[in-house]
Design a protein around this ligand. Structure first.
Ligand SMILES: [Zn+2]
Length: 451
């Protein structure tokens, strides 16, 4: 069944109609976190974007027809370095970060992927793939290291649309005396006694990062599958290397057919980096911003465009949700409709979709039950407006004053009004407003709400 769905495919460098390998099911792989440090807002973007894609695919093909695999890289040089630096065992570190990552996913209201394999649980398959590549002359061993021989794969560079010279001149090629060619990359490397390692035909060691994704995608999605996603920074070398390994080991022409990459996130127009110290972690955001606002903010730009993270963006998202939550109502899943998904079918155009949500909101706020259901269904399609309780308690936590204080102030104000002291009454109203509380006089009572 062909659905109306188009993606910009990095592999062909153009927008293409999406046709899955198998008529009625879809397989998608997205590179997950390397659990060495708390995920930041740049990592949150692909989480939310591919969650929206997952929801869209489930909507079009059926909930049980979409397999979404997102791995956890729990063995990597960065993990070893971080465990030494923070004086934590590898186990402590990876478990702490993985747990925090799962809390981040929940906070951002991302659905669980179908499978979430851990690299360390697939070492045997990794050794098998390296053995296979060596046997077929796509790799070579040099002093306990095994390297992939890039010259053995003619299509290398196709995803990044660059030739070998251009790739080498890029700064991201690792330098090593064990390599024959600067573009060759490591499949297996030896581990010191103190570092994590597994026995292999090449001695005790550990896999290279790129290899992990090739092995885990094959295990859960097969030698060829439909969609591979990740951040733009992964195109080269990570994804280029995944393609090389998989096509050579599996003897296939293609690996994933559609490659989707999301743009970078900057913070106040600056690149986020450890040295500048401007990295915004999701766990930090969890302390005082509602996850729905973060989610909406991340979807406000098209996924391929850069996104600037700043105070204004968050404020705007919060104001929008405040407004939208006023239309909240519990609706049964059988009532849900999906009339407006077209912008998402056109390369996940979330800004256009959100613009439509605004107009649906306008109709809903003055319309009948069916326009409300339409608006709420459309919000839920992208994982918004599902939890009024958490939004209300967030608003409450934002307010600087508690209910006793507010009630006392309202009492003071009413007394002042009774005595004709309107100036004092106004001062109290202003004081409450400054503290994020709005009051409204009805005929006999005064009600209040958090701004
Ligand atoms: Zn990967």
């Amino acid at each position: 069944m062909t659905k109306n769905l188009n993606f910009f495919n990095t592999l062909s460098n153009k927008k293409e109609k999406f046709i899955p390998l198998n008529n009625n099911k879809v397989g998608m792989y997205v590179c997950g976190p390397t659990v060495y440090d708390f995920p930041h807002i740049g990592n949150a973007r692909p989480l939310v974007i591919f969650d929206v894609l997952f929801r869209l695919l489930r909507n079009l093909y059926g909930e049980n027809k979409v397999t979404y695999v997102r791995n956890i890289t729990d063995i990597d040089d960065k993990i070893i370095e971080s465990s030494k630096k923070n004086k934590k065992t590898i186990k402590e570190l990876t478990e702490t970060i993985t747990k925090s990552f799962h809390e981040d996913c929940k906070y951002l209201n991302c659905l669980q992927p179908t499978f979430e394999p851990k690299a360390t649980e697939h070492i045997k398959e990794m050794i098998d793939m390296v053995t296979n590549l060596l046997k077929n002359n796509h790799a070579y061993e040099n002093e306990k290291h095994v390297y992939f021989s890039v010259s053995s794969f003619k299509k290398y560079g196709k995803l990044s649309n660059k030739n070998s010279d251009e790739l080498v001149s890029g700064s991201r090629v690792e330098i090593s005396k064990y390599k024959k060619d600067p573009l060759d990359f490591v499949l297996w490397k030896p581990s010191d006694e103190s570092d994590p390692g597994w026995d292999s035909p090449w001695g005790r060691g550990r896999p290279g990062w790129h290899l992990e994704c090739s092995v885990m995608s094959e295990k859960f999605l097969g030698k060829q599958f439909d969609i591979h996603g990740g951040g733009l920074d992964l195109v080269f070398p990570h994804h280029e290397n995944e393609i090389a390994q998989s096509c050579c080991a599996n003897k296939t022409e293609n690996f994933a057919n559609y490659w989707l990459h999301n743009g970078f996130v900057t913070f106040d127009k600056e690149k986020m980096s450890k040295s500048i110290g401007n990295i915004v972690t999701i766990s930090k955001l969890r302390e005082n911003i509602n996850g729905q606002a973060v989610r909406l903010a991340l979807l406000s730009s098209h996924y391929k465009q850069p996104l600037d993270w700043n105070e204004k963006l968050i404020k705007e998202s919060q104001n929008t949700l405040d407004k939208w939550y006023s239309q909240f109502e519990k609706i049964n899943s059988e009532e849900l409709t999906n009339d407006i998904i077209e912008p998402l079918q056109e390369d996940l155009n979330t800004p256009k979709y959100i613009a439509k949500l605004h107009s649906l909101y306008d109709e809903s706020s003055k319309g009948n039950k069916s326009s409300k259901v339409k608006f709420l269904s459309a919000c839920r399609q992208i994982g918004l407006l599902e939890d009024k309780e958490s939004w209300d308690s967030f608003k409450k936590s934002q307010a600087k004053v508690d209910e006793n204080f507010i009630n006392q102030k309202i009492k003071d104000r009413n007394e002042a009004r009774k005595k004709g002291n309107y100036k004092l009454a106004d001062t109290v109203r202003k004081e409450l407003e400054d503290n994020g509380v709005i009051i409204e006089d009805n005929q006999e009572t005064t009600t209040w709400k958090y701004k």
